[in-house]
Write a protein that binds this ligand. Structure first.
Ligand SMILES: [Zn+2]
Length: 92
């Protein structure tokens, strides 16, 4: 145990000055501590809110999660529901 050389343990922490995203040794973590993905982060945050100070290596890259993907089902369901309600109302 005493041979463990802690000086070999390096923790490189980078924080994006723009969106506040954090990378530990190159791995992105969400604020919750969950392991993130550079691509999802780009789609959700950096592509919309980042500027040239954003350090996400995949900023500007498409293909990750986007809010559109996450909410499109919800929006469609709501539009359908709303239309059904209108149709019902007009029948009477
Ligand atoms: Zn960023």
């Amino acid at each position: 145990m005493s041979d463990l050389n802690l000086s070999d343990l390096k923790l490189e922490r980078k924080e994006c000055p723009k969106c506040g995203a954090v990378w530990m040794n190159g791995q992105h973590y969400w604020r919750t501590g969950a392991i993130g993905s550079d691509l999802d982060l780009a789609g959700l945050v950096c592509n919309n809110y980042g500027d040239n100070t954003c350090i996400n290596p995949l900023k500007g890259r498409e293909g990750g999660d986007t809010w559109d993907d996450r909410f499109v089902d919800l929006t469609n369901d709501f539009a359908d529901l709303h239309k059904k309600m209108n149709d019902e109302y007009e029948k009477d």
